[in-house]
Ligand binder design. Structure first.
Ligand code: ADP
Length: 452
């Protein structure tokens, strides 16, 4: 609307208010042009013809006199003797001559009302030579057509134009506001709610494509933020719970040693054993948290090296020997031929450790864990298979999240809930595909592929 009003205002100014002034300026410019022609062409063979043409083309009377303002040297009368310079007494022309000489630069431009034709005219006078030593005078006279009727027609048209444009502008801005501004206002309100922590807001952006896209992006963002917020709350709850349990134990057993078992070497050793175990759990938890935040926060460059993955797997399994001897776990390594790969050896080792630890923790009664190395031309696939309870399909996508654990009641028994997040962070950093297949009651297969 502002733009339309500005546009109308300009139109009114130029078409109605300034029209007369502009027209007169143009007339004066014409006069000056004719005067220049008269001066420049003097002496030409067809001087008279040139003057005639200039006079008729511009509807202008021309009179060139001697230095006294008398005896016309040249004269073209286009107004049948009704102008201000023809058919005038000598005294009148002499008066004009004096007025020209009285001007500063020897040029007179003056408006005179002509009684015969009932119209304003412009009288132009110019000294030929200098004011001190005039050679002659040029007088020009032309009428300024009255523009009043033209202006009143324009005014009437402008009234219609104003009404049409204002109405169109109103309708247009109404629709634009409905389609563009209203959704944005709604989106802004929703965003304000989101900012105060209400993650259930819905961004409604009907209207233009771009607004709809903005709304759906914001919906997606608010969904992600709510997830992060949920995770953050869970993370704090979990960390504090995880830290509190071992700390309570450490404190309780330390007090027990102080008050009761300090003198009893057997009891004391047992209680110290619990303290040490709990401290180890604490240390493991803190280490996992640190590991994860280090891997996730820095784009820490990978320390790539070439090594034999088959040997590495053998070496890792060697360290589980004690576990299999003491607790009856069976590790079955099914491998293709020895092969070298290039990746960050320490990090990939951690991935394998975390996956085997999970398999140990969650495998079934037969305590069987299968480790598979499958060679293909494009990648080496490593699979860690257990025969445990498996993971329900709706939770498969979640287990790689931080602190996600399928069975919350098991918290105290095993794990920190960070193992798979670390696995995920490392494999993502390497750009290696990974995943899990699982059937409830039959077991799970965790896999990743080292690209060759
Ligand atoms: P945790 O320290 O609890 O094992 P992880 O991040 O390693 O943490 O695993 C997250 C969750 O995924 C576990 O709590 C468990 O519920 C599930 N999970 C991981 N590995 C297995 C597996 N081999 N079999 C069944 N469930 C598993």
């Amino acid at each position: 609307m502002g733009f339309i009003i500005l546009f109308l205002l300009l139109l009114w100014l130029f078409q109605v208010v300034f029209l007369q002034g502009t027209y007169q300026l143009l007339k004066i410019r014409d006069i000056e042009k004719v005067a220049a022609t008269i001066l420049n062409e003097s002496g030409s063979a067809n001087y008279e013809e040139i003057l005639n043409r200039a006079a008729y083309d511009n509807n202008m009377c021309i009179l060139i006199t001697d230095k006294y303002g008398f005896s016309p040297l040249y004269s073209v009368d286009v107004m049948a003797g009704n102008c201000e310079i023809h058919n005038k007494a000598d005294t009148t022309l002499y008066k004009y001559r004096q007025r020209v000489l009285n001007t500063e630069n020897g040029m007179l431009i003056s408006k005179i009302f002509n009684e015969h034709i009932k119209s304003q005219t412009i009288l132009f006078g110019l000294v030929i030579g200098t004011k001190e030593d005039p050679q002659g005078f040029i007088f020009l006279n032309t009428s300024i057509d009255p523009l009043n009727s033209t202006i009143s027609i324009l005014e009437e048209q402008m009234v219609y134009l104003t009404i049409i444009l204002l109405t169109a502008g109103l309708i247009l801005s109404f629709f634009m506001a409905r389609r563009l501004a209203n959704p944005i206002v709604k989106i802004t309100k929703s965003a304000e709610k989101l900012a105060t922590g209400n993650y259930d807001v819905n961004f409604d952006g009907e209207g233009y494509d771009e607004v709809e896209r903005l709304a759906s992006t914001l919906n997606y963002a608010s969904y992600e933020i709510s997830k992060v917020d949920h995770l953050r709350k869970e993370l704090i709850a979990n960390i504090s719970h995880d830290l509190r349990t071992p700390l309570t134990m450490v404190k309780a057993y330390a007090e027990m040693i102080r008050d009761l078992s300090g003198d009893n070497p057997v009891k004391r050793a047992e209680h110290l054993g619990v303290i040490i175990e709990e401290s180890n759990r604490l240390a493991a938890l803190v280490n996992d948290i640190l590991d994860l935040s280090r891997i996730e926060s820095t784009s820490q460059s990978l320390n790539l090296s070439e090594f034999n993955i088959t040997d590495k797997l053998n070496e890792i399994l060697e360290r589980y020997k004690l576990l299999s001897e003491q607790q009856g776990y069976v590790f079955n390594f099914q491998k293709d031929e020895n092969v070298k790969v290039k990746c960050d050896i320490l990090k990939i080792e951690q991935v394998i450790y975390n996956l085997i630890n999970n398999a140990v923790n969650y495998t079934g009664k037969n305590k069987l864990i299968i480790i598979r190395q499958i060679n293909t031309p494009k990648y080496i696939r490593i699979e860690i298979i257990d025969s445990g309870a498996g993971i329900p399909p709706d939770q498969l996508a979640l287990i790689f999240d931080r602190y996600y654990r399928t069975d919350k009641s098991q918290r105290e028994v095993i794990g920190t809930g960070l193992g798979l997040s670390i696995v995920q962070a490392i494999l993502k950093q390497h750009n290696f595909p990974y995943g899990v297949q699982s059937k409830v009651g039959e077991g799970s297969t965790f896999w990743f592929q080292i690209t060759r």
